[in-house]
Ligand binder design. Structure first.
Ligand code: NAD
Ligand code: MG
Length: 298
């Protein structure tokens, strides 16, 4: 069985899209309904004790990149509080099962990150159920494509800002109050921060904000021994993409523009979150780790 340590050709490691990828999902989308099913590392991620005894909160942990991060954290020895929307319970149950199979504690805590009170409760949940918090991975996000600025309603603009930016402000604010030295925060940006698509004006601007927010906060909390870093994915095959993240017609070409010539899979992000969470990256803060198939970044 191959895992993340097997030598493989990255250009052929995962499939390229075809017409069968062109499907639309309502709401936030789920892995249950996504075909082909993304690889979040369920049968490919091998842990080696890199996060033994650590206590993590992962947002968007039910699916996609958040699922890959939560699963990798658990296989490396961390207990995990999972944040997701109540409508994503079926996806979340799979992740809870995978974490428990890894011999770690999984605490499912669904809610809406657009609400400040829930963001604060999420951090408190880790304190109450895990005995503290030393990894905060903010992975949740909202991405809704629109052809024209005239099609972006104030409601959509507001929801994108609240989900992608305000939630970070609220979870980070609550987390730094309880984090001990050695703790780490990892936020999730995007290639969209530097190469905004004409159809993702609101979303792309939140991702640029996340970069600046994270670099500023990194400098502020470094003297406390807390590190803040960012993972910036390129095109990754997750439910968000079928749920209006891309125009449905474009999904048959998803990720082909990258130098690797294929989209990424969530499993390829897990190791990036683990590296930034662990003390292996002890002298790295305010950094952005781009995981995008080789697209140049500033
Ligand atoms: P995904 O759909 O699997 O995950 C997004 C998650 O966000 C959902 O599972 C949901 O639980 C959560 N979420 C959304 N709104 C929420 C709310 N109001 N309250 C609580 N949770 C909420 O998709 P993904 O692609 O894995 O997305 C994860 C992150 O990766 C996002 O921040 C996204 O912007 C970023 N990203 C994705 C790609 C990509 O190509 N897939 C590229 C760059 C960045
Ligand atoms: Mg989901």
């Amino acid at each position: 069985m191959s895992d993340q340590y097997s030598l493989q050709d990255p250009t052929t490691q995962y499939p390229k899209p075809d017409d069968s990828w062109k499907a639309y999902q309502e709401g936030p989308g789920t892995e249950q309904e996504q075909h082909p099913k993304p690889d979040a590392g369920e049968s490919t991620y091998r842990g080696t004790g890199r996060l033994e005894g650590r206590k993590a909160v992962v947002t968007g942990a039910d699916s996609g990149i958040g699922r890959a991060a939560a699963l990798a954290f658990a296989r490396e020895g961390a207990d995990v509080v999972l944040s997701y929307l109540p409508s994503e319970e079926e996806d979340a149950k799979e992740v809870v099962r995978l974490i428990e199979e890894a011999g770690r504690k999984a605490v499912a805590f669904p809610g809406d990150l657009k609400e400040e009170a829930y963001c604060e409760q999420l951090v408190q949940k880790a304190v109450d159920e895990l005995g503290g918090l030393d990894i905060l991975a903010n992975v949740a996000g909202k991405q809704q494509t629109q052809e024209s600025i005239e099609d972006i309603t104030t409601e959509q603009f507001d929801e994108t800002m609240k989900t992608n930016v305000y939630s970070l402000f609220w979870t980070c604010k609550a987390a730094v109050k309880v984090m001990e030295p050695g703790s780490t925060i990892i936020n999730t940006s995007s290639i969209q921060a530097y190469e905004p698509s004409p159809t993702l004006v609101d979303y792309a601007s939140t991702k640029a904000q996340i970069n600046a927010f994270s670099k500023g906060l990194a400098g502020q909390v470094a003297p406390k021994g807390i590190r803040v870093n960012v993972v910036a994915p390129g095109p990754i095959w997750t439910p968000l993409q079928q749920a209006g993240g891309q125009p449905t017609e474009a999904l048959s070409e998803f990720g082909l523009q990258t130098p690797m010539g294929r989209p990424g899979q969530p499993a390829e992000l897990g190791p990036a979150y683990v590296f930034l969470a662990s003390a292996e990256s002890s002298y790295i803060s305010g950094e952005t780790l781009n995981v995008n198939g080789g697209m140049p970044t500033p």
